[in-house]
Write a protein that binds this ligand. Structure first.
Ligand code: ZN
Ligand code: ZN
Length: 594
């Protein structure tokens, strides 16, 4: 149900994109006396000017349209070009001694190094461009160019026209690259590329017809759309034949990553310094903690909610029945947006009154209904301006439940019941993602806004939920803690599931049992999660990984500083380094930069 906030979604956009032509890199700058100044010059706009031509789709996604008329055709030559670029940039990056840089640049350097090494590993180690056919899809960037009002329509259409030229070559390179794919990614590619045809349908023809394009341009448009549609249809037909063959001869690759690739991907994506296996062990311990706590709370609450109903001996049955009953208390369907809206000032007040963190009164969060073209993705989330559009406003989008069937609306409202809904808003907005974003924007860094660490971002949001409850928000009642624990169990279980499936070969049946029985999730939620774990890896561990790192660090400082520990100061200092990996923030806060 929950969408990643806009800024976190961008993090998922790494890798697998390559330029089709040479790019321009300026000559190396004369070394400035101050290494910080030199670093800022080299790895500010200058780096990205060389980077975007290799990644035009990612550029479009963050609002950089300078090279939007290009589409990267991923052939062997492009891979070589990309690898050379990465090697050269890494060498430049390593020419700066970390200890000569201030905190802001030191963290930028670490993030960029990790990003470039990760991209290199995708190309020559993970090889997902060979086994993931769903990594080839032209629709999203075209749709963004057509639907985002960044320039007059005619100008955007001309950009689209140029870009369309590359579509046939793009898909033939894809067919050339793919070998031994997974069946899951193959079927996803079939679905998504079939759906992608909509972008090149009658609506686009209509837009062109109503535009100021010349007759010749319109004719060219028609020819290129026809060719693009054919290329996509051919790709889908080719994949269907391939999928049939994979089914017959059993040569498909497993969607499970396996231990070695998983640990490596975990190191790049999470950047915690610890291993995935350690995190998995930690999550198992945490799961048992949560469930035994929920067991106690359920005994306490049973008479209040269940009256004379016989209490099951099995703790999972007991907790599940009680949560089911309590979930009846939820917002009214037609007042869902209003319920969320009204919570925002309450949370702001609480955070201020309890001296948890300074908010910026000049930037109140604006709640609005999700614009119609964005509906259908998630029920609520922060929409923050991209790094190339800093003047734009930040919104908290909430989607009304109007389009839901009565059953679906009821199931949704039960899930986001009167205890869970505030925790969800804490996570997304205050003092979760929104507040983190404001602090991050105070030290603007293009590197951090584009390559920021997802585990830190999600970890902060998950940490802020627990911290709010600890401060007494929700009245410190057994109800609040029981429901919070169910919610928190979700991120703990995500970690267990991801590792178990990708490293230990957990079956679908066991996965569904883990989610529905041990974590009290609905069948619908569990099925969606099973699909997600087959198609992604490691991302599901980011919530618990970031959370446990932040929480442990806070507890350690509390112990060391005793009466001198100041929670508000801790929060503000922690967030002052931007979206850096927690590991790095810890070092900087303890002045032990490696
Ligand atoms: Zn109801
Ligand atoms: Zn989040």
């Amino acid at each position: 149900m929950m969408r990643l906030p806009r800024h976190a979604a961008l993090l998922a956009l790494t890798i697998s994109c390559f330029a089709h032509s040479a790019w321009a890199e300026g000559p190396a700058a004369t070394p400035a006396a101050d290494p910080n100044l030199a670093f800022a010059q080299e790895f500010g706009d200058r780096f990205f000017k060389a980077y975007w031509p290799l990644h035009p789709d990612q550029g479009i996604a963050v609002g950089y349209y300078q090279v939007a008329d290009r589409l990267t055709v991923l052939d062997a030559r492009e891979r070589t070009t990309e690898l050379r670029f990465l090697d050269r940039q890494l060498a430049r990056l390593h020419s700066y001694q970390p200890d000569t840089l201030d905190n802001a640049h030191r963290t930028d350097q670490a993030l960029l190094e990790n990003e470039l090494e990760s991209e290199r590993w995708h190309l020559n180690g993970l090889l997902d461009w060979q086994w993931d056919p769903s990594s080839y899809n032209v629709a999203d960037s075209f749709a963004l160019l057509l639907n985002t009002d960044y320039a007059p329509l005619d100008q955007r259409l001309r950009t689209v026209l140029k870009r369309l030229r590359y579509v046939p070559a793009y898909y033939s390179a894809a067919e050339h690259n793919i070998s031994k794919p997974t069946r899951e990614h193959t079927r996803l590619a079939i679905d998504q590329n079939q759906g992608a045809l909509d972008v090149f349908g009658p609506d686009l023809e209509k837009q062109v017809a109503g535009s100021g394009l010349s007759t010749a341009e319109r004719a060219q448009f028609h020819t290129r759309i026809t060719a693009a549609r054919k290329a996509m249809n051919d790709y889908v037909a080719w994949l269907k034949a391939l999928d049939g063959k994979l089914e017959q001869d059993g040569t498909a690759r497993s969607f499970r990553l396996g231990r070695e690739l998983y640990e490596r991907k975990f190191a790049y994506d999470i950047q915690s310094g610890g291993s995935a296996e350690d995190l998995y062990q930690r999550a198992k311990v945490e799961k048992e903690h949560l469930i035994s706590h929920m067991d106690q709370l359920s005994d306490e609450l049973w008479p209040k909610y269940m009256a004379d109903a016989p209490k099951p001996a099995d703790r999972f049955d007991k907790i599940g029945q009680l949560i089911g009953k309590m979930s009846e208390q939820h917002a009214a369907r037609d007042n869902f947006v209003g319920s969320v809206e009204q919570m925002i000032p309450q949370l702001e007040q609480w955070v201020t009154d309890h001296q948890l963190i300074d908010l910026d009164p000049s930037k109140p969060l604006q709640v609005r209904q999700t614009p119609s073209y964005e509906q259908g993705v998630a029920i609520a989330g922060i929409e923050a301006p991209g790094p190339y559009n800093p003047g734009a406003k930040t919104y908290f989008n909430v989607t009304p439940l109007d389009s839901y069937s009565p059953e679906r609306a009821e199931s949704f409202l039960r899930e986001y019941n009167r205890w869970i809904l505030p925790v969800f808003i804490i996570h997304e907005a205050i003092p979760g993602h929104y507040v983190q974003l404001i602090y991050a924007n105070r030290s603007p860094s293009r590197i951090k806004s584009i390559f920021g660490n997802g585990a830190m971002i999600e970890g902060w949001a998950v940490y802020s939920e627990r911290m709010m409850l600890e401060s007494g928000y929700g009245g410190n009642t057994p109800e609040a803690w029981l429901m919070y624990s169910k919610w928190n169990l979700r991120s703990v279980t995500n970690t267990i599931l991801d590792y178990s499936v990708h490293v230990q070969g957990m079956s679908r049946e066991d996965a569904i049992q883990l989610l529905t029985h041990d974590a009290f999730q609905s069948q619908e939620e569990a099925s969606a999660k099973w699909r997600r774990v087959q198609l992604s890896s490691v991302q599901l561990t980011s919530y618990f990984s970031g959370f446990s790192e932040i929480y442990d660090f806070r507890e350690k400082l509390k112990q060391e500083q005793g009466a001198n520990f100041d929670l508000k100061r801790f929060h503000e200092q922690f967030l002052s380094y931007g979206s850096s990996p927690v590991k790095l923030i810890k070092q900087l806060m303890q002045k032990k930069v490696e």
